[in-house]
Ligand binder design. Structure first.
Ligand code: DX5
Ligand code: ZN
Length: 221
């Protein structure tokens, strides 16, 4: 298992002061920035794109930016995110016609590539792409909105994927996204995750550092 990362999702940040919000969570202990891209087509919401990623990089954000693409199709937007300074780019397998090609495109652009699985999406595709993945993202809510509740059966999926990763012998990150709070992060960590996305749990609290510290205390190594 890799070092634990706490990844605040800026979906719940104050967008009128985004640069400052990102600076603050990083100063307060976040490891990477989770960046939710929604297209009002693959998911029922519309958010931010490559221009905002580039603006954060120009603002001086040096921490890795973790682009979670909830868009369909995916291929045409990937070069823009590579240019905009992304570090990780993940997409949902059902949003790409040619998963292997899309993963290759991300990696040829110098970014880490991964697949995202919705709560009800089976993971059997992993069998054929494990050797190409840098990260696997398990959704613990249905994608589209912040502030939803963690779906408990994701924990079984998490344990299953942890086994697959360990058996592969590769350094693949296991990220979980949706409904992660101080009171459930320990259980999720025990199930094998090493990268924890939290939007509302961090940005809707007054003191980011207190929240991030409390989360980190509950993680198992
Ligand atoms: C949901 C997004 C999440 C969202 C999580 O589609 O992928 O990253 O911001 O928000 P919380 O942590 O509030 O569930
Ligand atoms: Zn996300």
């Amino acid at each position: 298992k890799q070092a634990n990362f706490i990844a605040p999702s800026i979906l719940s940040a104050d967008f009128s002061r985004l640069g400052e919000e990102v600076d603050n969570v990083l100063k307060d202990g976040a490891d990477i920035i989770h960046f939710d891209v929604m297209d009002n087509h693959y998911v029922p919401n519309l958010t931010i794109g490559p221009l905002v990623c580039e603006a954060l990089k120009n603002h001086g954000v040096s921490a890795p930016i973790d682009i979670h693409l909830m868009v369909k199709p995916v291929d045409n937007i990937i070069p823009n995110f590579i240019k905009a300074g992304a570090s990780y780019i993940t997409f949902h397998p059902e949003a790409s016609e040619h998963i292997d090609r899309t993963l290759g495109m991300i990696q040829e652009g110098g970014c880490k590539a991964g697949l995202v699985f919705n709560p009800a999406t089976p993971i059997h595709v992993l069998e054929n792409v494990m050797s190409k993945l840098d990260i696997i993202l398990l959704m613990s809510v249905n994608p589209g909105f912040g502030g939803q509740s963690f779906i408990p059966h994701t924990l079984d999926k998490c344990r299953e994927v942890r086994k697959l990763i360990d058996a592969s012998g590769r350094n693949i990150r296991l990220e979980i996204d949706g409904g992660i709070k101080i009171n459930n992060i320990h259980e999720i960590s025990k199930a094998g995750a090493d990268t924890f996305v939290a939007g509302s749990a961090i940005f809707k609290t007054d003191n980011y550092k207190t929240t991030i510290d409390a989360m980190r205390m509950k993680l198992v190594e």
